[in-house]
Design a protein around this ligand. Sequence first.
Ligand code: 5CA
Length: 159
Amino acid sequence: MATTLKPSAQKVQDALLAQGYQNEVIEFADSTRTAAEAAAAVGCTVGQIAKSLLFRGAASQRPILVITSGTNRVHEKRAARQIGEKLEKADAEFVRAATSFAIGGVPPLGHAQPVATYIDQDLLQHEVIWAAAGHPHAVFSLTPQELVAMTGGQVIDVT
Ligand code: 5CA
């Protein structure tokens, strides 16, 4: 673990502390850019990795964050029915503009603007999960209940 976090990871640590959370951002020498890499670095299952997938609402053009278990693929139509509008894929530029973070490090909190968030119900079966922390080598652990609370997210069935 590094003693000094990269600036983008420090931003997430600051956002956690500002919201009253003690969870510690950890930087790894190895990449945590993908769910599989993050699971290998942390030593957890891929299902315990909280993937942050950003979409664009087709009607509203607003950013919509869907946080899924690392083993799940989002069924876009099913998710859209619960969210209330069709989902478009976001490109790297849109992700950066909406969150201020780059793909591979998009955290659940600390975004450039408030982002409507939906959470895969499958994440709730784990005691502890891990989320990206702003940088492709940084993650933090949390409980699914903390994820719901810190994002104000709505739990849905994404698969
Ligand atoms: N740090 C890891 C685990 S915590 C992480 O952020 N994984 S992730 O799955 O949440 O983020 C990577 C995701 O970004 C991929 O699953 C993929 O859906 C998305 N992604 C990758 N490349 C692109 C791209 N070019 N445009 C839009 N989304 C992309």
